[in-house]
Design a binder for this molecule. Sequence first.
Ligand SMILES: *Cc1c(COP(=O)(O)O)cnc(C)c1O
Length: 393
Amino acid sequence: MSATYLMPTYNRQPISFTRGSGSWLYTKDDTPYLDALTGIAVCGLGHCHPQVTEAIQQQAATLVHTSNLFGIDWQERAGEALCTAAQMDSVFFANSGAEANEAALKLARLYAHKQGFKRPKVIVMEQSFHGRTLLSLSATANPKAREGFYTLDDDFIRVAFGDIDAVKQAALDHDDICAIFVEPIQGEGGLNTATNGFTYLEELQAECDAHNWLFMLDEVQTGNGRTGKYFAYQHSKARPDVLTTAKGLGNGFPVGACMVRGRANGLFGAGSHGSTYGGTPLASRVVHSVYDVLTNSDIMDNAVSEGSFIRESMVDTFGQHGVSSRGAGMMIGIVLPEDMDCSQLVDRARDEQNMIINVTGSHVIRLLPPLNMSRDESTQVVERLTALLKPSF
Ligand SMILES: *Cc1c(COP(=O)(O)O)cnc(C)c1O
């Protein structure tokens, strides 16, 4: 591509799309690409879902923004819908995942402050990803993302993901912990699941309850049906005190949410947090339309069946060569042998198979297809992936 005025914060692929529909993206010359990434777990209902498009169009022609100085009917409705789906008490609407997480981490600090803590700490995980604002970045593990930014390392304790004993040890070593912040399945960090699956969340909650810490979940990526439940924690008996989400929340419209329950409810008051844009009539109506689609369809069941189909098909074919799978619903990791060179897979999938995928943690193919992918389309995902991998075995 030619000279650009954009900061080079991304290594962009040499392709761009001009149109999207369902599971497909199209280039200017109308070549279709099967999208098994959905803009990084964002367009869970597929590109330009008709009900979401209609919500955007109608609200764009009615009222876009007034600010939170005034009542916003659609924000009330979206708030009720989301809190019902998440089993939470109240919500703060932000504009991205990082902002939602910033709100959660600020809440944890306020929670500690109200108990007289001097400088509280939050337990976070190795391989975690929580965003790019300073506080959410400080909670993030990736050294490359953190380098040079003077992250607030003293405010966090990092333990191994899935290791409940490490949390118990941290509780013994520190008396200034106020919360745990964790992704139910780690997305950016390599599609990691705990060995005991979602039971890990129940163990974490038990620790939080025992020590009066806030149990905070980052469901920016795992929420909104991605794993086959509205929120991934609903696969377990755990109940978070704080729950954040974004990505699939607006199906591509930028919006995030931080929800609270019980002892975390009522911490923020007027003036203690805010956002000019957060929960505009337009964003809120989009959130409500996504909720409508998710709750009035079998899309989340579809995410379970098609996700299992893709995972099982790949393991049926390549399991004998050491390929395994992980994840839940349409959050799919295809784990390749560690010594396999995967550096060309994304480019080859695009150029040879017209399919958009991602590779994470060096040898894990990461698929985040639309939740409502048809069996014909998920069969195509399997066939194209199989053709891609065959030469390597
Ligand atoms: C993507 C992501 C974020 C950051 O969201 P942005 O909208 O990019 O700020 C935070 N946490 C998790 C788990 C994510 O996957």
